[in-house]
Write a protein that binds this ligand. Sequence first.
Ligand code: IMP
Ligand code: MG
Length: 405
Amino acid sequence: MLQRHRSDAFIEFIRDLLYHSFVLNSMKETVTESWGYVEDLVRELHEAQLRNDGSDKLCRLKKLIPSVENFHTRLPLQEAFEEYNDKYCVTSRRFVRPSFNDIRHILNLAQINAIGSTVRLITLDGDCTLYADGKTFEDEKLARYLCFLLKHGVHVALVTAAGYGLNAEKYEGRIGKLLTAFEEYGLSPDDKRRFFVMGGESNYLFQCEVDCRLKPIPEEEWNAGDAKPKLTETQVSEFLDKCHSVLKQAQQDLKLRVRFILKPRAIGMVPGGPEGKQLHPTGSGGKSIRRELLDECVLRVKDALEQCGNKVDYCAFNGGSDVWVDVGDKKIGVACLQQHLGIKACETLHVGDQFSSIGNDLKARSVSATVWIINPKETRYCLKMILKRRGKSTKTFGPDEEVPE
Ligand code: IMP
Ligand code: MG
């Protein structure tokens, strides 16, 4: 499999396309046009997808990259490239060719330029997006920007894989500083009620109340339509048993000193625990599990589920230090929110850090526009750009508050 599970076919395609200009030393003359060409390919596919008549399969981009996802908006790539190049001087570089990160940033910028002024729902992943991995929300500026968006009528939701059942306090514990900020910045009851938390990918939905506490919404209320397939308890337990047995086999084969966490809608494999140490005294994973081993476990689960004809929607992913398999995924999570709020895919933006095939944000791409960030600082930057695109420049906040740059 090499590293294919960690790459992104669309970004690789663009990188290869730009490589020729770089090698031929003609970046200044040709690269803007290349971005225009990609923009054209995306436009063709987006329009075909809007027609919804099956013609998307015939589009050039689909033929070049069969795995390419839906586009929910147009992507003004040429303009985004010019904006990025103006700042970072890509075309003046002689030794370093356009990188994965350059392209990721340009795609993000194009997406924000396309949707920033009209977005009605922003969904954000938790770990690595709103807060550091495994930590709690700390960034005051980020809190400020989120408050600013809520105040201006945008719905905001944390859509996280972390599943603590209907235990609101656990979620509140992770985003305490954000909830406190709602009070500090004088959000109205309606502003507060525009904030949601979807936990366990698509399993538990909470809404912020006037007292800045999270209140669970009964599932029959938010799962009234067809966004989330109904499962029986037997289907869920058979699914989780299968995943558990695959992971146990992997633990055996890879000599992993790990333990399992069994939840009603998920199974996790995390470092440490006495049992793993006893089973594999010479193995690894007692303190942390190597990335390659985490990836291997995820790919094994996906392969086994494919082989047995699994019908349950799920998400198996490498969480950076652990492996999780959740019943449900962020596609369903975001779609349920859209359904509940009456918001369309082209009005939704998901911000996340895990868009490779073994990450848990990828699935959101099929129901919303996305930006791919790598840390909360980048999330903050994206939100700032969105605020600017809405003409709510980050200058004033309330009557006399200033939002810092
Ligand atoms: P996210 O990045 O906000 O989606 O959170 C993913 C992280 O949440 C994982 O890496 C896990 O460490 C943690 N986590 C805690 N409970 C669960 C669960 O039930 N399912 C998946 N991830 C979980
Ligand atoms: Mg994450």
